[in-house]
Design a binder for this molecule. Structure first.
Ligand code: NI
Length: 187
């Protein structure tokens, strides 16, 4: 396993539409895809992120890892078990939106208030190549929308509707974090 370098905003890789993963590579002899998945998990944990998309580690592939347990960057966030999503696609967006404060390892010092669908249905393949459908709501729905956006060259800034609600982490903690639960339904 190895820690991977994380692409920062401005790097063109973050603005590319990522390629579909060929599911045959998941179980191929050389195991490169499985090694990439393991490295992404290790990197996400080391960087204290709740999700990481392959373009963020310079691989233009439709592959995402998510996990949230006792996260320091998002201390109030609910638990999300480790999940590997290959070729994820959002099949349904609920009508209701929630606005929550988001961060991103590619824009590490920033937090922004982002409106997202409160409920989505996502289809993907797990790391063995088996198809999975998930009905996601709340924090999980937000994390999935954020990560799947990375596969289409989008970052959370692109989804913000009010750029006055963008802050550096330090100032966010100082001026906004205490009242954020009043303003936003999701962390
Ligand atoms: Ni991100």
């Amino acid at each position: 396993m190895a820690l991977l370098q994380v692409a920062k905003l401005g790097d063109p890789i973050l603005r590319q539409k990522a390629e579909l993963v060929d599911l045959e590579f998941l179980n191929s002899q050389d195991n490169k895809m499985q090694a990439l998945i393991d490295d992404m998990i290790e990197t996400m944990r080391e960087e204290d992120g709740v999700g990481l998309a392959a373009p963020q580690v310079f691989q233009s592939l439709r592959l995402v890892v998510i996990e949230c347990s006792l996260n320091e960057r998002y201390s109030e966030a609910p638990n999300i078990p480790l999940t590997i999503l290959i070729n994820p696609s959002i099949k349904y967006y609920g009508e209701d939106t929630v606005s929550g404060w988001e961060g991103c390892l590619s824009l590490k010092d920033l937090r922004g208030l982002v409106p997202r669908s409160s409920k989505i249905i996502v289809e993907y393949f797990d790391r063995k190549g088996d198809p999975v459908t998930v009905n996601a709501e709340g924090f999980l729905a937000v994390v999935l929308q954020h990560e799947i956006d990375h596969l289409d060259g989008k970052v959370f800034l692109d989804r913000m509707t009010d750029l006055s609600q963008l802050a550096y982490v330090e100032e966010f903690e100082k001026y906004i974090a205490d009242k954020k639960t009043l303003e936003a339904e999701s962390p």
